[in-house]
Design a binder for this molecule. Structure first.
Ligand code: ASP
Length: 441
């Protein structure tokens, strides 16, 4: 019998999860049942992915750098990566601004809805937490991000998933030093990391066997914890503006892939689809990273020299979906609350949303924290921030799911473009979890 492709299995899991969640909302005990008995399956899966993120980044980056042989190539990859990341993010923000200025979703929202949303969310813990988090980020100096990148303890950095850039910094430092000590002396370390890398990629294959069941659990839980459907309908125009912008970003990526890598963009999306579906289900590009790396390397054919650097860095700093959303949400809030934005304000949004998306963590809901900073940059009154955020809070989770897909797709696209530009886009070489099973069973 022909095997069903992984992306189909995941899609079926997602669909059944949504249906099951909808069914459960009709029972009083439904949400508690899902929370106690279904959600943990999803949490275990996300934990498994996070579990392997740090060792995978380290092993594959060391392998990538040591395979490069000369350091100047690495500089080339680094400069191109950052350049294209900035470019795609600016495209995303401009697209968001264009759409929100044309569709004007904030003008269609009635006083009564604003009142209802404010009452429901303005003093809620969720909104307060976002503002508090943003205030914490804001009080740091302009070079703080550089300071934050350099760990004072390598093991401490490795022991938390929140310090990916620190881990990347330490690993690049180690990789370059390995090149400098010469092949003979770095051999044992290289062998160790090569072998670790193979084993961890196998772990990704094994974890993915569980993906269709996990997405069932994750989506059932999203459905039972979602908000009043009336509010969702009231915010439909805003939500559609964000989703429309995100969909256009897919067209941008597909065009870039077709023009610069000469690969079929539909094939490209199909190869990447399991990572995109997981991004949607988990709302976290960091949790999806191991799968993105596996898909881009093995199924799209990007060499490890490129993907091992471009993808982990991208997961942390390149968030096209998030920045597009921040632009649309900032203007939407301003429109709804009659706060006038000049052309200069819109330019400020481009710059701050770019910086905000770099500073946003790759976890659920992080984009909304940095939105506070975008709003403040255009002079939005601090006392109205809670009201502003409460307007978009109800639809944030579904939009987060969609923007995370775009964040991941953007990273994979840039990895392919950079790979092509340095001659490192080769043939896909997919591996399966059971390639060596017969020998050990
Ligand atoms: N959830 C997004 C991500 O992980 C970040 C955000 O927009 O909130 O990429």
């Amino acid at each position: 019998m022909k095997k069903i492709a992984l992306h189909w299995k995941i899609l079926i899991g997602m669909l059944l999860g949504i249906l099951f969640g909808l069914g459960m909302t009709t029972f009083d005990f439904g949400p508690t049942f899902v929370g106690n008995w279904i959600k943990p399956l999803g949490t275990i899966f996300v934990n498994l992915l996070k579990l392997i993120a740090v060792p995978l980044i380290m092993a594959s980056l060391i392998k990538g750098i040591s395979d490069l042989k000369d350091i100047s190539k690495f500089k080339n990859i680094g400069v191109r990566t950052i350049g294209i990341y900035v470019l795609t993010t600016v495209i995303a923000i401009s697209l968001g601004l264009l759409l929100v200025n044309i569709a004007k979703p904030g003008e269609g929202i009635s006083e009564a809805t604003i009142e209802k949303l404010t009452q429901s969310y303005a003093s809620s813990d969720g909104v307060r937490a976002k503002i508090a988090e943003a205030t914490k980020q804001k009080t740091s100096g302009p070079l703080q991000f550089l300071v934050d990148m350099v760990p004072d303890n390598a093991f401490k950095a490795m022991s938390t998933n929140k310090a990916m850039l620190q881990v990347i910094f330490f690993t690049i430092f180690l990789g370059i030093s390995m090149l400098l000590v010469g092949e003979e002396k770095s051999k044992p370390l290289k062998k160790f990391f090569d072998s670790l890398n193979e084993a961890i990629l196998k772990m990704v294959d094994l974890i993915m066997l569980f993906a269709p069941y996990a997405v069932f659990a994750l989506l059932a839980n999203v459905v039972v914890s979602s908000n009043d459907p009336d509010l969702l309908i009231a915010l439909l125009r805003y939500a559609l503006t964000v989703v429309g912008g995100l969909a256009l970003m897919v067209v941008v990526y597909m065009s870039l892939v077709a023009i610069f890598t000469k690969k079929n963009p539909v094939w490209f999306l199909k190869q990447l689809s399991p990572a995109q579906l997981l991004a949607f289900s988990t709302s976290s590009s960091a949790a999806t990273l191991p799968v993105t790396m596996e898909r881009v390397e093995e199924h799209i054919g990007v060499d490890k020299e490129v993907s091992s650097f471009v993808l982990p860095v991208g997961a942390t700093i390149n968030m096209d979906g998030t920045s597009l959303y921040q632009a649309v949400a900032a203007v939407f809030i301003a429109q709804a609350l009659n706060f006038d934005l000049t052309f200069a304000d819109q330019l400020t949004i481009i710059v701050t949303a770019l910086l905000a998306s770099i500073g946003s963590a790759a976890v659920p809901g992080a984009g909304m924290v940095m939105l506070v900073i975008v709003l403040e940059a255009v002079g939005f009154p601090a006392d109205k921030l809670a009201i502003g955020l409460s307007l978009i809070f109800a639809v944030d989770r579904p939009l987060d799911m969609c923007r995370t897909v775009i964040n991941v797709t953007g990273d994979a696209t840039v990895a392919s473009l950079v790979a092509k530009s340095v001659g490192k886009l080769g043939k896909p070489r997919p591996k399966n979890w059971d390639d060596n099973y017969e020998a050990v069973k």
